[in-house]
Every structure is written in structure tokens, then in C-alpha cells.
Design a protein around this ligand. Structure first.
Ligand SMILES: Cc1ncc(C[n+]2csc(CCOP(=O)(O)OP(=O)(O)O)c2C)c(N)n1
Ligand code: SF4
Length: 281
């Protein structure tokens, strides 16, 4: 078994859901028998992104909201690597939402794990795109007036081929989702319900335990786009599991050049760049 974590102790607050997500990542990498040198994690900025210090694998710490483009680039350079993005709801659904749509539509073979604590937590709890309407935060002292962003419905309408929601309070279930998402050929989004006990007092673990329900126990068919869409709009209960999965050609498989070997192994001297270089003269 490969080493999965570094010898640096996580700095998250006691009770933070990020501990459980790190546990699920370790378990999934073990189950998939992915060797350390075969995985690359791209970290966004945030409490979630601080995981960069704790996972023992190749890593790249991106700017806030910009975790997805480097992940797509890494996969393009070497599609033999398993590429993951660790990102918060602020980075993924706020500043970086355009990248989410782009990777979903292109079906870039990247697994995005959004630590959805419904706030900007590293910057002390301001509202994020997923903050429920009416919630009081330091940036919305009278309560937010915006309708919340629906990440699952957005991914579904933008042709994402794997859309799921997990819960940090159920590590075996989250591990299973991660394993399925990693095996999936193409883009995968797992929105993870992540308690932030320091800034999101209205949603402790106990609140989530009362509200989550398991899609597989409800007989949900992940091939049914309409059912996935309806489930993504539920608010009385929060379904977890695979909402939707469909086979689709991953982005890098559209190119003949990448058929036999990854770009990183291609002899670029054989590629004629004369015409491109002439344009800069
Ligand atoms: C381009 C840019 N904008 C804003 C910031 C300030 N900033 C750092 S972390 C953060 C919020 C993080 O929230 P989220 O992405 O939800 O992650 P969390 O901390 O909740 O895991 C912000 C706004 C920044 N570092 N860079
Ligand atoms: S502020 Fe919230 S998300 Fe950040 S480490 Fe503390 S509990 Fe976790």
C-alpha cells in the first residue's frame, strides 16, 4: 500500500468535515490501488485547498477559483494520470464557475471534489453561491437575498457525464462515490456536503443526518436524466449518491495524436510548427 498522507498534521478546526473527506480520499486511493506517482491533485485556495499539505501525491496549488483549468491541462499533457480537483463551493461555483461548465461540456477526464460548506470559510464565513436564501453571514448581516446556486442541476444542464453528491458524515459512502467517479471515463463532479462547525452553525453534522437520504435506497436510476434533474432540486431532503452517469468520449480521446501515447511522450520535433511560427513574424 502506498503512503497516502504526509507527516504534516492538518490545521483544520476540530470537527471540520474536511478531515472526513481526506479520510475518504485515502480509502479510495487504496481501493483503486493508485500509486503515488499516478495521481495528481490540483488544490484551489480555501480551507479545502489546505489539503495540499496533507495528501502524499503530485500536487499543484492554483489561484482561487482557478483549480479546474490546470487540471484539464495536466490531463491533456499526460492522460495516463488520474487527476483530481480539491475546491470549495466559493471557488468552484463562484469565481470558477465558467471553468466548471467548460470541463463538464468538454468531458475532460477529471474528478472534481467540491467541499460544499455553503460559505467562504477561509475568509471567515462570507456568503457563497450555495448559501441558503435568508442566511445571515458577515457579508449579509440582514440575510442573503440571492437564490442559491444549484451545482448539480448546472452540471446536468452542461452535459456532465457523472454527477454525484456525497456527505462528509458517511465516509464509506463518499469513498464509494470517489471510486466510481475515478473509474468513470470523463468528467465527474462530486458535491460534498461538508460541515463547517466554526462558521456554519446552522448546519452541524446532526442537521445533515436528519436531512440526507440515499438515492440508491429510493430506487433512483442514474441513467435517467429527468429523475436526476428533479432530485437535484429537492430541498426538504438532500439526496446523496450518483444522480447521473452516462458513457461519453473523454476529451483527450477525440485526438488521433493522443491515441497511442500521452502528449508528454510525443516527439514534438516531428510536428511542423512553421505555419504557426510564421504568424508571429
Ligand atoms: C482571486 C482571489 N479572490 C479572492 C481571494 C480571497 N479568498 C481566499 S480563500 C477565499 C474563499 C474560500 O472559500 P471557498 O472557495 O468556498 O473554500 P473554503 O475555504 O470554504 O474551503 C477567498 C475569497 C483569493 N485568494 N484570490
Ligand atoms: S473554518 Fe470551517 S471549513 Fe475552515 S477549517 Fe474551520 S471548520 Fe473547516
Amino acid at each position: 500500500m502506498s503512503q497516502r498522507v504526509t507527516n504534516i498534521s492538518p490545521t483544520w478546526c476540530p470537527g471540520c468535515g474536511n478531515f472526513a473527506i481526506l479520510g475518504a480520499i485515502k480509502a479510495a486511493l487504496d481501493q483503486l490501488q493508485i500509486k503515488t506517482h499516478q495521481a495528481v491533485f490540483v488544490y484551489d485556495v480555501g480551507c479545502s485547498g489546505n489539503m495540499a499539505d496533507f495528501v502524499f501525491a503530485y500536487g499543484f496549488h492554483a489561484l482561487h477559483g482557478r483549480g479546474l483549468p490546470p487540471a484539464a491541462g495536466i490531463k491533456l499533457a499526460n492522460h495516463n494520470l488520474k487527476v483530481f480537483v480539491i475546491i470549495g463551493d466559493g471557488g468552484c461555483y463562484g469565481e470558477g464557475v465558467g471553468h466548471l461548465l467548460s470541463l463538464a461540456r468538454g468531458n475532460h477526464d477529471v474528478t472534481v471534489l467540491t467541499h460544499d460548506n455553503f460559505l467562504y470559510s477561509l475568509t471567515t464565513g462570507q456568503k457563497s453561491p450555495t448559501t441558503p436564501k435568508g442566511q445571515v453571514t458577515p457579508s449579509t448581516p440582514l440575510g442573503t437575498t440571492d437564490e442559491p446556486f444549484n451545482p448539480l442541476a448546472t452540471a446536468l444542464t452542461n452535459s456532465a457525464s457523472f454527477v454525484a453528491r456525497g456527505f462528509a458524515g458517511d465516509i464509506p459512502h463518499l469513498t464509494k462515490l470517489l471510486v466510481e467517479a475515478t473509474k468513470h471515463q470523463g468528467f465527474s463532479l462530486i458535491d460534498v456536503l461538508q460541515p463547517c462547525p466554526t462558521y456554519n452553525k446552522s448546519r452541524p453534522y446532526s442537521w445533515y443526518r436528519e436531512h440526507v437520504e440515499y438515492l440508491d435506497k429510493l430506487g433512483h436510476d442514474p441513467a435517467n436524466l429527468e429523475a436526476a434533474w428533479k432530485a437535484s432540486y429537492k430541498t426538504d431532503k438532500l439526496p446523496i449518491g450518483v444522480f447521473y452517469q452516462v458513457p461519453r468520449t473523454p476529451w483527450h480521446e477525440n485526438f488521433a495524436l493522443l491515441k497511442d501515447k500521452p502528449l508528454v511522450e510525443a516527439d514534438i520535433r516531428q510536428i511542423d510548427l512553421t505555419q504557426v511560427l510564421d504568424e508571429f513574424k
